[in-house]
Design a protein around this ligand. Sequence first.
Ligand code: FMN
Length: 250
Amino acid sequence: MDKPRQPFADGLPNLSEGHFIFPASADLQVATPFAHAPRFLILYGSLRERSFSRFLAYEAARLLEAMGGEVRIYDAHGLPLPDDATADHPKVQELRNLSIWSEGHVWVSPERHGAMSGVMKSQIDWLPLSEGSVRPTQGRTLAVMQVSGGSQSFNAVNGLRVLGRWMRMVTIPNQSSVPMAYKEFDETGRMKPGPLYDRVVDVCEELMKFTLLTRERSDYLVDRYSERKEREPDRLKAVAADIGFVRRPS
Ligand SMILES: Cc1cc2nc3c(=O)[nH]c(=O)nc-3n(C[C@H](O)[C@H](O)[C@H](O)COP(=O)(O)O)c2cc1C
């Protein structure tokens, strides 16, 4: 096990005693591993009846379920525009509760005018970063996907990645972008076999791996020095005096 190092007191004069830690590999050990299936929430950004982003969302759901996940897909029909209703609106509550329940997300947006769709953005805008001590997205994993009518493009997924950072999510490296989406799905809405489908499998596999690796330790992963300092301005001074400058997480 890594030993807490002694502080280099003259080197870091601005650190607040009692709040600064040296993260160690032992901190990642999980006392009680989760027994339930990994939980995924899938959001898609279209209300069209024959929507390729919805078809892609369902392909991701099938794959994540086949890999042992539990999946919920949110239907944005009836969700008011941001601030056009109060947060107790049933569609807003449904969305927030699903996100709180989830351990990972998949966001699938159409590209519209070189950006994610308004339907997609509205759903994220209804998810608060924090509401009291509840943070519906923080620490969850995220995979981003897009469909478009034109040639290969990454505008929507790039925007979704920025949003993932804003919502403090662990966005996985791989992503899926399906150009000329009208060619990639059959009449029943199933995605045709080929490299674009294989990429969706890759993304779901990677999302499952990242979720299994991080879900039990997401609170630890998102714990920040600056926020500990703000939250507990006077705490642990005595502990800090005992062990030098280093606080181990309890
Ligand atoms: C208003 C509007 C803007 C669009 N802008 C783009 C675009 O910038 N790039 C692109 O490749 N396709 C664009 N498209 C095509 C859509 O991405 C495509 O139709 C997609 O399948 C829509 O998603 P959906 O099937 O889930 O509704 C646009 C479509 C509409 C209606």
